[in-house]
Design a protein around this ligand. Structure first.
Ligand SMILES: *Cc1c(COP(=O)(O)O)cnc(C)c1O
Length: 390
């Protein structure tokens, strides 16, 4: 097929299946149940897949109402959503450095606060601008990186109400689980207990004030816990990463590269920095146009990394370079220059999942996806899933 995606698929790229993304979102929404709204997390450029194209697809999947809001981690991500035309709520979940509050107010973002000092600064901005500004409050129940302490809610709760006064709108209260994807859910249940214990200490909403929305679930907790809350905040599951031992999303991203060069090599030929691999007999090697400079983890090759070529698994040999990776194509005699190799994704009956790559590298799917480099065009498909072949 000759279209604009052909040019994008000339070297190495990421295929993004927007239909699979939407199906994953609808599965999460159904798991969350009626009466619970979804706040898709699109931080880190939608887990590396390109927020500018991801959020419209997510909004379309939840039409006509759309998502309750979108979740980001940084001011610049919220500002980008505004530039791209998203007019709904944007919640910035990571604590904003103090110097960013003015811009957050200008962009109409809702920060999450973990300390009263920052909340006071937000209230002052509201007074200056003459607009009631929204915010959320994080309760720390064990994550330890942000949030007000759960056990002291009676003290800070009253103070939050006093600071907010008529200047701020307290939209929600949440906590974040540290182990919802672990086999043992006891720590998560304990965090939920602490969260609820904090909530009952908070002053009730004033008459006429909107109810503060409660939320706690990431992807894993949405699937596995079923805690009763107003919102859920899924991320990784939408993008095709597993969220705990028993939840299988549809793959969304595929990482592909062209075979730039195929060579027959005599026994003893070495490959890559350090010459860590030598051909044991006559072999056929393929040089893939992708390296760690594209986000392919360098340690993958020494951890049994493989690629799919013509639907078959082939081993990476030697070390991954910044720009290229060599595979042994001896077992795939029909492989030729220009053919597509799949580093993550499906080719024929074979599939390499992002979780497989992550576990080989001793990390998590999140790090693999968010590490995909800017040299890789993201190629979006809205039709049936595209294979490795042209
Ligand atoms: C990233 C994030 C999520 C989403 O977590 P996943 O494990 O990707 O589903 C939810 N809530 C907060 C506060 C986050 O930072």
């Amino acid at each position: 097929m000759l279209n604009s995606s052909t040019a994008l698929r000339s070297r190495a790229w990421v295929d993004v299946d927007l239909q699979a993304l939407k199906r994953n979102l609808l599965r999460v929404r159904d798991a969350a149940g009626a009466g619970t709204s979804v706040v898709p997390m699109v931080k880190a450029d939608a887990y590396g897949l390109g927020a500018a194209r991801i959020w419209p697809a997510l909004a379309e999947a939840l039409a006509p109402d759309g998502p309750w809001g979108l979740g980001v981690a940084a001011l610049v991500e919220g500002e980008a959503l505004r530039r791209d035309g998203w007019t709904g709520r944007v919640v910035v979940f990571s604590p904003l450095p103090p110097g960013e509050l003015t811009r957050a107010a200008a962009a109409g973002l809702a920060p999450c606060f973990s300390d009263l000092h920052a909340l006071r600064a937000w209230a002052e901005l509201a007074a200056e601008t003459g607009r009631r500004l929204p915010f959320q409050l994080e309760v720390d129940t064990g994550m330890g990186r942000a949030g007000l302490p759960w056990s002291e809610a009676a003290a800070w709760g009253a103070e939050v109400v006093r600071i907010g006064g008529d200047l701020l709108v307290w939209e929600g209260c949440y906590t974040h689980f540290h182990s919802a994807d672990e086999p043992d859910l006891a720590p998560t249940v304990e965090q939920w207990r602490r969260f609820r214990e904090a909530l009952v200490q908070l002053p009730p909403e004033e008459n006429g004030a909107p109810r503060r929305l409660l939320h706690c679930a990431n992807s894993a907790a949405t699937w596995r816990c079923g805690f009763d809350a107003d919102l859920v905040r899924p991320g990784i599951f939408l993008y095709g990463g597993r969220a705990g031992p028993d939840t299988e999303p549809e793959a969304v991203a595929a990482l592909r590269a062209r075979i730039a060069l195929v060579r027959e090599v005599p026994p003893g030929t070495t490959v890559g920095y350090g010459a860590t691999y030598a051909a044991s007999g006559p072999e056929r090697w393929g040089t893939l146009a992708i390296g760690y400079g594209d986000g392919l983890p360098r340690r993958l090759a020494t951890a049994g990394g493989e690629a799919l070529v013509h639907g078959r698994r082939v081993p990476m040999i030697g070390r991954i370079s910044m720009d290229v990776t060599v595979v042994d194509l001896t077992g795939v005699p029909e492989a030729a220059d220009g053919d597509v190799a799949t580093l993550i994704g499906r080719d024929g009956a074979e599939e390499i999942t992002v979780d497989e790559v992550a576990s080989r590298c001793g990390t998590i799917s999140y790090e693999i996806l968010t590490g995909l480099g800017t040299r890789l065009p993201r190629v979006y498909s809205t039709g049936p899933a595209r294979g490795a072949a042209d």
